[in-house]
Design a protein around this ligand. Structure first.
Ligand SMILES: Nc1nc2c(ncn2[C@@H]2O[C@H](COP(=O)(O)OP(=O)(O)OP(=O)(O)O)[C@@H](O)[C@H]2O)c(=O)[nH]1
Ligand SMILES: [Mg+2]
Length: 1026
């Protein structure tokens, strides 16, 4: 296939918030251009792309799927995507394979959370977007707006969407400027640094459509401009400009004028969009749907716009049939949308040259060896050039990207090939273990793929310059069959060329979720997909009959393969844990497991909610807390069983902002701390300080910003001198970071003792304990220490006797760090990770008098003892400093009709929600409420809400942040007032923190301190209050 044919391809996806009408719109496009797979009468009701039972049952889309359409001489690959938050990973897979995106917005509901998310996704993947304002009919029939009010509303939505995109643009602009200033070499695209003020979506430009997918009509301004141009004999371009914005038609002068030009002409001025476009549409609706709407008006419209509607349909008794008959002939939906797609969206050739920097970012190469690698680089460059040009010739290298794998039962695969030959579509697995065939959802970016071809499957970590060591990341596979996708149907093709979206059979054993296919080893893999959220809802699964364990394991393996987003892990207690994005997703996974992949009956645990543990302290308290730390007054002390080491630990809380920086930067920290970045560059030069340039500098800046913001917030309450002291203290702490935990990258820090801290004299034994001082590894890697300033020797007076102790001290450093890691991985409340704490650990070691020190096994025992002592001391320090449980919070957006507001608040209150904002949506009876809901309380939330509001209210949840519960889980009344309020403690019901803590302890099999029956007699007389 030549370039000309390639120019006639459009790959598009439909993206929107849940229920804004994507699948309904797709129905109409399929009915018109799908080659007869869907009868036009069923369009809008069948929801062809929702072919899974579960999708039809719940009436939401759960996966993205593609259909090949023909419009005029264009072939359009349309991908319908889900809008529900739980399936947002499917949006990423759809966006990667497309060049353009139809962004739908419900004209009544307006912009919602997922609208932001999909706009961002389209922006990140460099797709060309068009805006589709759907459900215009609701403005007429539900809200009963006048054309003028409707115009204002539509204008507001267009404006809002433009605002969102321009924010992404300026963000990009800023980050480009940042990297320019930082002097980073790399691909800085000067084009995008240019500030273009123009709105992305402009109806006059033809990239905004106004549609009603339900009734099957829609238009862009050009259709009306064309019609009026011929009718009024005016210029089409002038009309196009006039049909949006404050432009009026002066009937006297027959001119298009601004507001001023209309002064004195008429009192009831209406912009041309209202007068020429919306009014006729409103008239048809009124004429058909209102009792005495008047048939005459309808006839007038039919006549004015030269519509040929069969009289049989016009006379139908059902007004909706009449309405649809008129509207779909007047403004056919598929034509409007597809002509916009063809006109405004790029073909694969232009699109790939614009998207190349996202798809295959240019690599910074450190070519140190000669020979081999320069050939490799040259070929990899050639591949990149071909992808950039979308080279569809047969001698170009083949490159395709698989964005997900999906499962199809073998019996659903076509039995005949493209030429009618029989296909051997039997399960090929030697194991014969499944009836499911895995297909790859892929787009070809260069060259031609054909069935039977051999390709290399490159994983995201593959690096062609590394030769042998990369064997794990590249495999050779044979493509069995290629299919064009028709929703659920598959149409076998022998070959497919660059620019097409296809399903590929035969890669099931090679690819788990996504991969790059290439005909040469010497090519870089495509950049990974960006997912908006992580799978957070975890449950443990076991078979009802233990004998079915094998089937369950197999089922989980298949599910993990078939769903791009699910995560299957084994917990530390050996349970199979399934992580999904949310409840709807989880339900579908369990159903798939039961009915399709494992086919056994299953037991599913209640959701395993993660918590964290921290200590109290905020704002002012932090300062006090810090003072104690620097003066070293309050500490916990532990001694190892052999008495040779004393550990002193103090703990303080980190400022919230700093904790957040550490949490958010786990990936970068991993690179910096484990030094992965060094290896990755291929220049293993250990003499140069590890300086991954940009990322370290940015992280350092974030850390400093966090501290400054904390200092600033304190400065309101404190005098200058104190805040200055506080700031200084923090900068000193930053230079003393030995390790982070848990897992070396968590949000807790281990500080080395202050230089001032001396050695310890143990009076009872009259011996001198030597302080083991670690090295500030993390500080140095983060660039808070310039050179090796901290290599102070452990003891200044290294006498003979202490020398051996020093050697030992050196060897024990690892145990100390390990103890800290263990403590931060499992806190004292319920073995959940610690969060946002700084530990100052001072280990003192005493000389050994027993003479057994140098035996290796003795040493092993001693180091173990030190590790345990450090761990115990850290945990005890947390317990002594007002420990608090930290829980994860969802951000929740709710929409509810006014009459259900009361019930909705009742549901929110039961779930410990905190309402942030509530507002009435202008021009409708809907309320939008934003709230935080604890993850622990969120299960069944959507269902309960639906029940209590008779389906009126809907909610979407996004994981937001961690928050400490203010309650003390060990609360017992102590002061006189507390005792007065709660009694002596025996009858205090456990508070929420305690309940949560106990439930986790019970789940983990840890001892729970509970008084089962305390005052038996008293209890008997108590009434049940439930
Ligand atoms: N009044 C009206 N309702 C519409 C219109 N388009 C779609 N709907 C209705 O909106 C509901 C959702 O439509 P879908 O097409 O399933 O929405 P979706 O965007 O595909 O939803 P997800 O795939 O779950 O995100 C259905 O009940 C449709 O009938 C429209 O133009 N007007
Ligand atoms: Mg849908």
């Amino acid at each position: 296939m030549g370039e000309a044919a390639c120019r006639k391809i459009r790959n598009i996806c439909i993206l929107a918030h849940v229920d804004h009408g994507k699948t309904t719109l797709a129905d109409h496009l399929i009915a018109a251009c799908g080659g007869g797979v869907l009868h036009p009468k069923l369009a809008g009701r069948l929801r062809f792309m929702d072919y899974l039972d579960e999708e039809q049952r719940r009436a939401i889309t759960m996966k993205s799927s593609s259909i090949a359409l023909r419009y005029k001489d264009f072939s359009v690959n349309l991908i319908d995507s889900p809008g529900h938050m739980d399936f947002c990973s499917e949006v990423s897979t759809a966006a990667r394979l497309s060049d353009g995106a139809l962004i739908l917005v419900d004209a009544v509901e307006g912009v919602h959370i997922q609208t932001h998310a999909v706009l961002r996704q389209a922006w990140v993947e460099k797709l060309t977007p068009c805006l589709v304002l759907n459900k215009i009919d609701r403005l007429i029939t539900e809200l009963k707006l006048s054309p003028m009010e409707a115009y204002n509303r539509l204008q507001r939505i267009v404006h809002e969407v433009n605002g969102i995109v321009s924010a992404y643009k300026s963000e990009k602009y800023l980050s480009d400027v940042d990297s320019l200033l930082a002097g980073v070499a790399g691909e800085v695209n000067l084009e995008s640094v240019e500030d273009d003020e123009e709105d992305v979506f402009q109806p006059q430009k033809g990239n905004v459509a106004f549609v009603c997918a339900l009734d099957g009509w829609g238009f862009c301004l050009s259709q009306f401009a064309e019609f009026y141009a011929s009718k009024l004999g005016a210029s089409m371009t002038a009309l196009l400009k006039g049909l949006w914005g404050p432009r009026y038609y002066n009937t006297k002068t027959m001119m298009i004028v601004g507001k001023k030009g209309m002064e004195g002409v008429s009192k009831d001025r209406q912009p041309m969009f209202v007068q020429f476009v919306l009014r006729p549409v409103w008239q048809v609706y009124q004429a058909t749907l209102e009792e005495d709407g008047g048939k005459r008006m309808l006839e007038k419209v039919v006549k004015t716009f030269n519509l040929s509607v069969p009289p049989r349909e016009l006379q139908n008794k059902d007004p909706r049939v009449v309405l649809q008959a008129v509207m779909s002939r007047w403004l056919p939906l598929s034509d409007s949308i597809l002509s916009m797609v063809v006109k405004c969206m790029p073909d694969p050739v232009s699109s790939q040259s614009a998207r190349i920097s996202r798809l295959l970012p240019k690599r910074e190469l450190v070519v140190n060896d000669t020979g081999l690698s320069s050939d490799v680089v040259a070929e990899a460059e050639h591949v990149r050039k071909c992808v950039e040009a979308c080279d569809s010739s047969s001698d170009a290298p083949c490159v395709a990207f698989v964005s997900k794998m999906f499962a199809v039962p073998y019996k659903m695969l076509p039995q005949r090939g493209s030429n009618g030959e029989a296909l051997n579509n039997q399960p090929t697995d030697e194991v014969g273990e499944s009836e499911e065939c895995f297909l790859a959802f892929a787009r070809i970016f260069s060259g031609v793929l054909h069935s039977g071809q051999k390709v290399f499957v490159l994983s995201a970590l593959y690096d062609p310059l590394k030769g042998e060591s990369m064997q794990r990341h590249v495999q050779e596979a044979e493509l069995q069959h290629l299919y064009l996708m028709m929703g659920q149907g598959l149409k076998p093709v022998f070959s497919a060329s660059a620019g097409n979206v296809v399903a590929i059979q035969g890669l099931g054993q090679y690819i788990l979720k996504s991969a790059t296919l290439s005909s040469t080893r010497n090519s870089w893999p495509f950049s990974s997909l960006m997912f908006q959220v992580a799978p957070t809802l975890r449950v443990a699964i076991e078979p009802s009959d233990p004998a079915d364990m094998g089937a369950l394991m197999r089922g989980l393996r298949l599910l993990n393969h078939a769903d791009p987003f699910v995560e299957v892990t084994v917990s530390s207690r050996g349970e199979q844990v399934l992580a999904a994005a949310g409840e709807v997703h989880l339900d579908r996974c369990i159903k798939d497991l039961r009915e399709r992949f494992a086919k056994v009956s299953l037991e599913v645990s209640p959701p395993l909610v993660s918590y964290k543990e921290t200590i109290e302290g905020e704002g002012f308290a932090l300062l006090e807390n810090a003072k104690a730390l620097s003066s070293g007054t309050e500490h916990v002390e532990k001694t190892t069983p052999n008495g040779r080491c004393i550990i002193r630990v103090q703990v303080m809380k980190l400022p919230g902002a700093l904790t957040k920086v550490f949490e958010d930067s786990a990936d970068i920290l991993g690179d910096i701390i484990e030094g992965k970045s060094v290896k990755r560059n291929g220049s293993l030069n250990l003499n140069t300080p590890i300086n991954d340039g940009n990322s370290v500098a940015t992280l350092r800046k974030h850390i400093i910003d966090a501290i400054e913001s904390e200092v600033e917030s304190l400065s309101a309450q404190l005098d200058k001198e104190k805040t200055e002291k506080y700031r200084k203290m923090w900068y000193r702490f930053l230079q003393r970071i030995w390790s982070l935990g848990p897992r070396q990258i968590g949000p807790n820090i281990l500080l080395i003792p202050d230089l001032k801290a001396g050695n310890l004299n143990n009076s009872s034994q009259d011996q001198k304990g030597i302080l083991v001082r670690g090295s500030c590894d993390v500080s140095r890697r983060l660039g808070f220490l310039d050179v090796e300033t901290d290599t102070v020797s452990i003891v200044e007076d290294s006498k003979e006797e202490t020398e051996s102790v020093c050697v030992e001290a050196e060897a024990l450093k690892n145990s100390i760090v390990s103890g800290f890691q263990l403590a931060t991985a499992a806190g004292p409340l319920c073995d959940e990770p610690l969060w946002g704490l700084a530990f100052l650990v001072e280990p003192y070691i005493f000389p050994d008098n027993s003479g057994t020190a140098h035996q290796p096994d003795q040493y092993g025992i001693f180091s173990g003892q030190v590790m345990t002592a450090v761990k115990e001391a850290c945990r005890a320090a947390v317990l002594q400093n007002k420990p608090r449980l930290v829980e994860a919070m969802y951000f929740c957006e709710l929409n509810t009709p006014t009459e259900y507001l009361g019930s909705m608040y009742a549901v929110l209150a039961r779930r410990r929600a905190r309402v942030l904002k509530e507002e009435m949506q202008e021009g409708s009876a809907l309320f939008t409420v934003h709230a935080y809901v604890p993850v622990a309380e969120s299960f069944g939330f959507a269902d309960e809400l639906r029940r209590w509001t008779s389906g009126g209210a809907s909610a979407l949840l996004v994981l937001s942040h961690w928050e400490a519960l203010s309650e003390d889980p060990f609360f017992v009344p102590k002061t006189a007032e507390e005792i007065e309020e709660f009694g002596d403690g025996s009858s205090v019901p456990p508070n929420i923190a305690r309940k949560l803590m106990n439930s986790v302890r019970r789940r983990k099999g840890l001892p729970v301190e509970e008084k089962v029956v305390q005052h038996a007699t008293k209890q008997r007389t108590l009434a049940r209050k439930v």
